[in-house]
Design a protein around this ligand. Structure first.
Ligand SMILES: Nc1ncnc2c1ncn2[C@@H]1O[C@H](COP(=O)(O)OP(=O)(O)O)[C@@H](O)[C@H]1O
Ligand SMILES: Cc1cn([C@H]2C[C@H](O)[C@@H](COP(=O)(O)O)O2)c(=O)[nH]c1=O
Ligand SMILES: [Zn+2]
Length: 197
């Protein structure tokens, strides 16, 4: 995994590509997305950022990390809107990609084919450990996948999953620390066992 990439050519030369940043909740996906997008802006690239309209946890408009870093974005209902809004753009950023429809991979391919650098952040798995929405397709077609990790709140190892700590079976349940905790595989399996005992 290369997080602190200093490949400045990516930031200055127009070259279509797809970068995916994935991991559990609190793993730093949004921070890494914001870091790459802010650098592209410093390089005078034309940047557009999208997020699903349903994600209004911190702000209706901005993409905001758990550490309060933020960048302004356009909330959209469906992936098709990205193509409509992205003419004359060098870099497209997409946060919370797991909530988008399956058409997102095709949209990202079209953008990359037309020379746009596409940077996508999203949850790789839901709280049950099932690959989330368009994320597996996006990882498959990406030029580069960066998997980031939170710290397991039980044991301090690298976390791999977002454990839901409230009773709710819906796949989509917006939330923060009151609803989810990042756990390593061992602590997750232990927590599941304890909840069924
Ligand atoms: N258990 C944890 N492990 C790592 N970071 C955590 C944890 N709990 C809270 N954080 C905070 O979350 C920040 C990452 O937030 P963010 O980029 O929004 O993550 P993500 O988009 O992956 O949910 C970290 O910089 C840290 O301040
Ligand atoms: C695991 C899981 C998460 N969600 C929700 C909870 C949050 O609102 C977002 C993830 O945000 P983050 O930037 O990655 O912290 O997704 C969900 O709806 N269903 C799930 O299974
Ligand atoms: Zn653990």
């Amino acid at each position: 995994m290369v997080i602190f990439s200093e490949d400045h050519i990516l930031e200055t030369r127009k070259r279509g590509r797809i970068e995916v940043i994935c991991g559990s909740m609190f793993s730093g996906k949004t921070e890494e997305l914001i870091r790459r997008l802010k650098r592209a802006k410093f390089a005078r690239q034309r940047v557009e950022i999208y997020k699903p309209a349903i994600d209004i946890r911190y702000s209706e408009e901005d993409v905001v990390s758990h550490d309060s870093n933020s960048i302004s974005s356009t909330p959209i209902e469906s992936s098709a809107s990205i193509l409509l809004f992205s003419s004359d753009i060098d870099v497209v950023g997409i946060d919370e990609a797991q909530f988008f429809d399956k058409g997102l991979a095709d949209v990202c391919s079209k953008l990359a084919d037309s020379g746009v650098r596409v940077i996508i952040a999203g949850l790789d798995m839901d709280y049950k450990g099932v690959p989330f929405g368009p994320m597996p397709d996006l990882c498959a077609i990406a030029d580069e996948v960066t998997k980031v990790h939170a710290i397991c709140v039980k044991c301090g190892q690298l976390a791999y999953i977002s454990h839901r700590i409230v009773k709710n079976d819906k796949r989509v349940l917006l939330g923060e620390k009151d609803e989810y905790e990042p756990l390593c595989r061992e602590c997750y399996n232990k927590a599941l066992k304890e909840s069924t005992d």
